[in-house]
Write a protein that binds this ligand. Structure first.
Ligand SMILES: *[C@@H]1O[C@H](CO)[C@@H](O)[C@H](O)[C@H]1NC(C)=O
Ligand SMILES: *[C@@H]1O[C@H](CO)[C@@H](O)[C@H](O)[C@H]1NC(C)=O
Length: 400
């Protein structure tokens, strides 16, 4: 659940709000099935497109077949495999020749990995990046990141080759951990993060580095990526193209503010149980694949759980809980004038203990965080486009 990167001031207050129920942190060993990294496309058409683009000024027009082939070329798909309870989704990424499982996080902008520089006491069970194999040290550079749930990591920086589902960054800033917090140590399925927020919030010093997406953006068929996350099943991230088979209906686009470095947008009204009846306004929110749950204004959360029999805001659990046998109503939210639905079953996050009698809610209050987060509980309900094809970034939402 490592979620959005925080400013120093936010770390202390947010660590409590975002803490998962304690028992979830020591998750039982859970093997995700490795899914082969996606399609690998030929890069020839992209080279051709570059040529056409270079000479467009003097009248060159690429044949549509080349445009289409190029669109398929510098692009690729990578599987996103959920951990237990969909706490995070991991994707296979080749870093300097080694395949690691990374959490793709649209709420932060660092690509950091467990490495041979991480003390073995902190890295046992993880697959490690060995910078000695092909990495080129960026002398004098370092990084140190803190996430909204109180977790963090720090280390050194290398330039190395990174491949995601057939898309290659030949010289990507790879942040090799020399220390990680206990939350990351324990999550042995997770070998690091791949940040997909805006590069302005990358933590490398003395100079921020570009995210994987920003590094490859200009070579992609289109400067966008999409997230198609699933409940309890492998979904995918696609880079450089929109796979029309992954959504139905139209894509609704909304403007993004990059001021804080996040994919930040304005959400509209909401309703509980009844579609097409949204009222009020949720307001400013971020789309964050690295946050497990949905964190909404307290009034919205209270309105939701009023419709759940026996639901209580249980301080000892850190949020709303209810009987695991409760039937949860759907949650509807308007974005760009269209209503999107989070199925009630997605809002039952997990049992709070082994008795399985009380369950922890997938919608919780954003108290102390300072903003609203549309995390995986929402994002796995929709198909999302993180789009930089226009003069300013935008987010697209459609039904899966
Ligand atoms: C990283 O930053 C945190 C919080 O600011 C600090 O406590 C920690 O010592 C730093 N770690 C390193 C390795 O610089
Ligand atoms: C009500 O909402 C559903 C789901 O968003 C949509 O498919 C349907 O067209 C809407 N109906 C009306 C009358 O707006």
């Amino acid at each position: 659940m490592h979620s959005f990167i925080t400013s120093a001031a936010l770390v202390a207050s947010a660590s409590v709000c975002l803490a998962a129920p304690a028992q979830l942190k020591s998750r039982s060993t859970f093997q995700i099935e490795q899914v082969a990294a996606g399609k690998v496309f030929k890069s020839g058409p992209v080279a051709m497109m570059k040529t056409y683009n270079k000479y467009a000024r003097v009248g060159a027009v690429a044949p549509s077949a080349v445009v289409d082939a190029a669109a398929a070329a510098q692009s690729g798909e990578v599987a996103a495999n959920p951990e237990q309870y969909d706490e995070s989704y991991l994707c296979p990424v080749t870093v300097g020749g080694q395949t690691l499982n990374l959490d793709f996080d649209t709420g932060s902008a660092d690509l950091w990995v467990f490495s041979t520089l991480t003390p073995s006491s902190e890295s046992t069970g993880h697959t490690l990046y060995n910078p000695k194999t092909s990495g080129k040290i960026k002398q004098g550079y370092s990084w140190n990141i803190s996430y909204g749930d109180g977790s963090g990591a720090a280390g050194s920086v290398y330039a190395d080759k990174v491949v995601v589902g057939g898309v290659t960054a030949t010289s990507q800033a790879v942040e090799a951990a020399t220390s990680v917090s206990s939350q990351f140590e324990q999550d042995t399925a997770n070998d690091g993060l791949l940040g997909l927020a805006f590069s302005s919030i990358n933590t490398v010093e003395p100079q921020a580095q570009t995210t994987f997406f920003d590094t490859v953006k200009s070579s992609l068929a289109k400067p966008l990526f999409t997230a198609d996350l699933k409940k309890g099943a492998a979904g995918s991230y696609d880079f450089g193209y929109i796979d029309n088979s992954k959504y139905t209906g139209a894509i609704t686009y909304v403007p993004v503010s990059t001021t804080n470095g996040f994919w930040e947008f304005t959400a509209g009204g909401y309703s509980v149980g009844t579609p097409n009846a949204t009222t009020g306004s949720i307001g400013d929110a971020i789309a964050d694949t690295g946050t497990t749950l949905m964190y909404l204004p307290t009034s919205v959360v209270a309105a939701y759980y009023k419709s759940v029999r026996g639901a209580t805001d249980d301080q000892s659990q850190g949020g709303y809980v209810f009987s695991c046998s409760s039937t949860l109503p759907d949650f509807h939210v308007a974005i760009g004038g269209k209503s999107f639905t989070v199925p009630g079953s997605y809002i039952n996050f997990s049992p709070v203990d082994s008795t399985g009698s009380q369950c922890f809610g997938g919608i919780q209050a954003n108290t102390g965080i300072g903003f609203t987060i549309f995390g995986d509980v929402f994002l796995k309900s929709v198909f999302v486009v993180f789009d930089q094809t226009q003069s300013s970034p935008r987010l697209g939402f459609a039904e899966q």
